[in-house]
Write a new protein. Sequence first.
Length: 185
Amino acid sequence: MSHTSLKNHFLVAMPTLADPGFHKSVTYLCEHHENGAMGIMINQPVDLTLKELLTHLELDIDESLPEGALFNGGPVQRERGFILHSGDREWETTINIGDNINLTGSKDILVDIANNNGPENTIIALGYAGWDSGQLEAEIAANHWLTVPADQEIIFETNHEEQWIKSAKKLGVDLNLISSQMGHA
């Protein structure tokens, strides 16, 4: 059986998805193959700012650096940071995902961000979402997720409060019209 990769796609949580950690979430899939999948949630802010994180890491911070939000990237390894970013510049662990979207998890990018010398567009997330072999496919078959080709504008330029609705609208789906209640016919 052949495998269709959803790498560089969004997983948009359906209103019926019961897991509160993924309620109204948009997850950018960084990897998807027959052994599983890995993604970063892009629209769930946490109660920690970029400056607070950089201070905790004892990095020197440029005074003109904006406060910046951090996001819950998912339930796995929440103590680890991941930076989704645009641009062709690479850091120690930069991986190109597609269409000018990269993922970096090394401290060197945070040093550059602290010095206001980082990528133009970033989403800084703590943790990631992961699925074992066949798990994501089963969740999609159970209608827990919509799959949508990724869009840089939604990742980097759309307010996190609007990303869930805007991602689904790329498919012509209005999530506000779908009940969050599951029923039986």
